[in-house]
Every structure is written in C-alpha cells, then in structure tokens.
Write a protein that binds this ligand. Structure first.
Ligand code: NDP
Length: 240
C-alpha cells in the first residue's frame, strides 16, 4: 500500500528533504509552496514530486488546494506542516505586521493545513500528523518573540491533537529542529552564524536530511504508539 503524504513548504530546504525522503520510502507525495515558482519547478524536475501553490495563511486557499491534491493523488494520510517564515526584530522594534505575518503563517497556517484533512483521517481511522516546530519554540530567542510564540504554540496544537486523534488511529507529533543549513539560516549574517555554530556541541549545523529521517520514522504505520511527542534534533544545543 502506498500512502499519500502532503508536505507544506515541501519544495525547498527542510521540506524538500522531507518530501524526497517520504517519496524514497514509498509515499505518493504532494509538496506545496508559497510563491517561488522557479524553485518549485526545479524541485519537480529533479525529483518527479508534484508541487502545488497556495498560501498556508489562507484557510479557503488551503482547503481548495488540499481538495485538488486529494482529487489528484487520493486521501491524504500523512500531513507534514512544515511551511514557516521568520520576521525577526527585537521586541521594541517589532511591528504589528511582523507579528501577524508570522502568526498567520506558522501558527494559523498549521491549523489551516491540518483542519481540512482531519475529518477524512477520523473517518478512515488512520492518520499521521507531523508539525515542524523549532528549538526556539522550546527556549525562546532574542528578536524572535513572534516566531518563538508560534513554534511553542505548534507544540500545544500537537499535544492536543494527539489526545483527540488517539482513538481514531491518528497520531500527532512535533519535531524541533535546531539550526539547519537552509536558506532561512544561511540568510543570517556569517558572523552570527559562526556564533550559532559555536553553541552547538555537534560543532555543525544540521542538514535537512537529519529532520527528514525523523519525519519518515513518525509517519510509519508502526509508529502508532508515539503520539504527542516532541523530537528534538539539534546536535545537543538545547536539551529539554
Ligand atoms: P525555507 O525558507 O528554506 O523554505 C520554506 C518553505 O516554506 C518554502 O517551500 C516556502 O515556499 C514555504 N512557505 C513559506 N511561507 C509559506 C506560506 N505562507 N504558504 C505556503 N508555503 C510557504 O525554510 P526551512 O526549510 O529553513 O524551514 C522549514 C521549517 O522548519 C519552518 O517551519 C521553520 O520554521 C522550521 N525550522 C527551520 C530551522 C532552520 O534552521 N532552517 C530550525 C528550526 C525550525 P516558497 O519556496 O514559495 O517561498
């Protein structure tokens, strides 16, 4: 049996590694993105994974996009809410727009992604939900009040869904990556990046594949008793 998996923000960075690892594990994968058509086209060309464009912050667009994926591939049985953004600023300089943009994408976007898929999972008595949170949702971070709030909120979503879905064969788990070498982190000034690496006992940034492996593990049929967990993958930078 080949299950259908949806990965939001699945065309670049950590999401691209997740989409690819799920495909390699035998899933039919749909990867979404926000607007970078060129990266999405390149990703599809190199992997054969179909991409879909919608804004996860928009509920109606998410619902319509998910319906299209299900019409193309069949019912979604694994959903990975990975799409996320940063709009960093120290709190005294953070604008309401920076706050709302991050909340709408990283927190409401997770609701918008899972909510239209959830009833089908309940009916079919099977589902795997994985949310990509962050080390900074666990420990907070200077200039990331908005981002840390969303990533901590994502852990609350997962822990609640785990309890609601358990009897229906649905698990919900979170992964908290540490600093991973993607565009998001490479956009940070080199000096700051070096100071980040100095705080990681592993002595390196993580690779997107480090996170993808954990997703494949959580998505498996026989991971059914792992529910409501947070997997920390940060090279021992922060231990809860
Ligand atoms: P990237 O910036 O490399 O890629 C982000 C992906 O999300 C892209 O595919 C992008 O689409 C998509 N995306 C962004 N906003 C939206 C939106 N509103 N609607 C739909 N898709 C959207 O990010 P990373 O791979 O670095 O991060 C992935 C996840 O991992 C995020 O949730 C992030 O917070 C989390 N994370 C990352 C860490 C890191 O060190 N990199 C550490 C901890 C957590 P498009 O290509 O069109 O822009």
């Amino acid at each position: 049996m080949s299950r259908v998996a949806l990965v939001t923000g699945g065309s670049r960075g950590i999401g691209a590694a997740i989409s690819t690892a799920l495909k390699d594990a035998g899933y039919h994968v749909a990867a979404t993105y926000a607007g970078n058509d060129e990266a999405a086209a390149k990703f599809t060309e190199s992997t054969g994974i179909k991409t879909y464009k919608w804004d996860v912050a928009d509920y109606d667009a998410s619902k319509a996009g998910i319906a299209k994926v299900e019409a193309d591939l069949g019912p979604i049985e694994v959903v990975v809410a990975n799409a996320g953004i940063t709009r960093d600023a120290p709190f005294h300089k953070m604008t309401p727009d920076q706050w709302h943009e991050v909340i709408n994408t990283n927190l409401t976007g997770v609701f918008n992604t899972i909510h239209p898929i959830w009833p089908g999972m309940r009916e079919r008595k099977f589902g795997r939900v994985v949310v990509i949170s962050s080390i900074n949702g666990q420990k907070g971070q200077f200039a990331q009040v908005n981002y840390a709030a969303t990533k901590a909120g994502d852990l609350g979503i997962v822990k609640s869904l785990a309890q609601e879905g358990a009897r229906a064969g649905i698990t919900a788990n979170a992964i908290c990556p540490g600093y991973i070498a993607t565009d998001m982190v490479m956009a940070v000034p080199e000096k700051v990046r070096e100071s980040i690496i100095a705080q990681i006992p592993a002595g390196r940034l993580g690779e997107p594949e480090d996170i993808a492996r954990a997703v494949v593990f959580l998505a498996a049929d026989d991971s059914s008793f792992i529910n409501g967990s947070t997997i920390t993958a940060n090279g021992a930078q922060y231990l809860t």
